[in-house]
Design a protein around this ligand. Structure first.
Ligand code: AKG
Ligand code: FE2
Length: 450
């Protein structure tokens, strides 16, 4: 890789592309014997760990014993979810052997020859299985020191053929075991909120499952980069197992970073952005990060991300948690609107913008949002209607078939154009581009907040 010199300006994109196209991943790069990391891995100072204040007690996330009586478990989980958004569970239904087995099989893949692994290297999310270095490699300011395999397990049938054979059984067994445990966890979390125990299940939150296995090899210059930049998870719930290499996974607690230390047999649980919103901010989705591995041997983690699968449903704070004293903190939204925003961001920017975007405070109170009049008028023949509503009160003024919702409309220029294109495609009335551009111009004139 070229280095930064005064004679040759560093062409970051070219270097990133060259690395990506080499398909060797971070582990393959390390195996070439490098002693310094390419500059595109150098993180800006704000992403690097700063020295922690001295004389502060070393904090770790709570470890909750699931074999205690139910009400103690509910109280402890509610407490941890409301304050730190992170906890570990022990004495649950999954054996230490099953945890070790999934970690071992995933690690085994990463430790195959580079030539073997290259056959699987791809970052095409729509295929359902990816194996690459940093899914946001081309969007982020700097790359992080890890490789990742992502496998969608549900609601669609997993693309098993694309999963390395040595990982298939481990992932299928793990999915079964962890989904059973998460069903129980979700019921405890619902009980902690004082709502029906199977509410999260009813809202399809066990059905959108993504497995993410990260491999963090030793980094030759760990002070210059990270393993995974600080982020919150765009999920309902994330559960994760990690191997014995500790000191790297950290959760933000005020100004301090708290360690999630490896505990044999423990499963790490964290509240995602969606559950923060559904719980109307009772539970917290909290920033976490992984430092670059500075020791010999690789850190391996296997995360299971739980998302809703229902595409028609409007998600938002549970109605039972909205009252005059505690009004809704967020608008309702379709899960795909939410995901569109997640995918438009990189890992770092997502954490700042997403909850804020859906926050009611962020929108002008009193306004009624809905399809722009021009669009309604232009599409009389195809009944393109959507909710007109006042986001401040989440009040539906009129509703019929929802082609787009408030969030769609306000999302971004790109989404806005997608909406228009949807209508444009459907409309038998308007088929010429003049009109399309007039719409677009009108929309821009509306000064929609992006
Ligand atoms: O590897 C880890 O421990 C953290 C993974 C993580 O935070 C994620 O995949 O969202
Ligand atoms: Fe995460």
């Amino acid at each position: 890789m070229a280095s930064l010199t005064t004679e040759h300006k560093y062409d970051r994109l070219k270097e990133v592309k060259q690395f990506d196209e080499s398909q060797i991943g971070v582990k393959g790069l390390l195996d070439t014997g490098i002693t310094t990391i390419p500059p595109f891995f150098h993180q800006p100072p704000e992403n690097l760990p700063s020295p922690q204040p001295k004389n502060q007690p070393r904090l770790t996330v709570p470890v909750i014993d699931l074999s205690q009586d139910r009400s103690t478990v509910v109280d402890e989980i509610r407490g941890a979810s409301s304050i730190l958004g992170f906890f570990q569970i022990v004495n649950h239904s999954i054996s230490v052997t099953s945890i070790e087995s999934v970690l071992k099989d995933m690690k085994n893949f990463y430790e195959q020859t580079t030539e073997y692994k290259m056959k699987f290297y791809n970052r095409e999310v729509e295929k359902g299985v990816t194996y690459s270095t940093n899914m946001d490699l081309y969007k982020s300011k700097a790359a992080s020191w890890r490789d990742t395999i992502q496998v969608w397990l549900s609601p669609m049938e997993p693309a098993w053929k694309m999963v390395p054979e040595m990982c298939r059984k481990a992932l299928a067994d793990w999915d079964k075991a962890i989904t059973g445990l998460v069903e129980e966890l979700m019921s405890i979390l619902c009980e902690g909120l004082g709502i029906k125990r199977d509410k999260l299940k009813e809202w399809s939150c066990l059905e959108g499952r993504l497995s993410i296995s990260h491999y963090y090899p030793q980094c030759p210059q760990p002070e210059l980069t990270v393993g995974l930049t600080a982020h919150t998870d765009p999920t309902v719930l994330t559960v994760l197992v990690q191997n014995e290499i500790g000191g790297l996974l950290q959760v933000k607690c005020g100004e301090q970073w708290v360690e999630v230390e490896p505990v044999p047999g423990a499963i790490v649980v964290n509240i995602g952005d969606l559950l923060q919103m559904m719980s109307n901010d009772i539970y917290r989705s909290v920033e976490h990060r992984v430092l670059a591995n500075n020791v010999e041997g690789a850190r391996v983690s296997v995360a299971h991300l739980f998302n809703p699968s229902n595409r028609e449903k409007l998600f938002g704070p549970f109605p039972e948690l909205i009252s005059a004293e505690k009004p809704a903190v967020y608008h309702e939204f379709l899960h795909e609107d939410f995901m569109r925003r997640v995918l438009a961001n990189n890992i770092e920017t997502a954490r700042v913008s997403i909850s804020a975007f859906f926050s009611i405070q962020a929108t002008k109170r009193g306004d009624i949002y809905g399809p722009f009049l021009e669009l309604k008028e232009c599409c009389k023949e195809s009944p393109v209607t959507s909710h007109d509503r006042c986001p401040a009160f989440g009040h539906l003024v009129a509703s019929s078939v929802s082609l787009f919702s408030t969030t769609n409309i306000l999302c971004s220029l790109q989404n806005l154009e997608n909406c228009i294109c949807n209508i444009y495609k459907e409309s038998t009335l308007v088929k010429n581009s003049d009109k399309y551009f007039r719409w677009r111009f009108n929309l821009l004139q509306k000064n929609v907040s992006m």
